[in-house]
Design a protein around this ligand. Structure first.
Ligand SMILES: [Zn+2]
Length: 95
């Protein structure tokens, strides 16, 4: 058996029995992402830095969460200089 739990991406191919666990993890990651942005608010931060801070795999999972947060509770996606890495790219901040 593959050690499924350590890699969220495996949930996609792991089938029905693991869907609930996968959703639970996604929700807690979303919470962590939101808390991090709130701690840094109103400073913008990019997805790569969020992933690094939260020790998540960089790329789509974090981006999906920032998309989900954008537009609610003052969260806003923008193209700006990230406060942590200094690169101008897609960032999210809370006003
Ligand atoms: Zn950054």
């Amino acid at each position: 058996m593959i050690p499924i739990r350590d890699d969220p991406r495996c949930f996609i191919s792991a089938g029905k029995t693991l869907n609930l666990n996968g959703m639970g993890d996604q929700k807690s990651i979303l919470d962590s992402v939101r808390r991090l942005i709130e701690q840094l608010a109103p400073t913008p931060v990019c997805e790569a830095c969020i992933a690094e801070r939260l020790k998540l795999a960089p790329g789509k999972p974090v981006e999906r969460h920032t998309h989900e947060l954008a537009g609610i509770d003052g969260f806003e996606r923008d193209r700006d200089a990230c406060a942590l890495c200094g690169q101008t790219k897609s960032v999210i901040r809370k006003h």
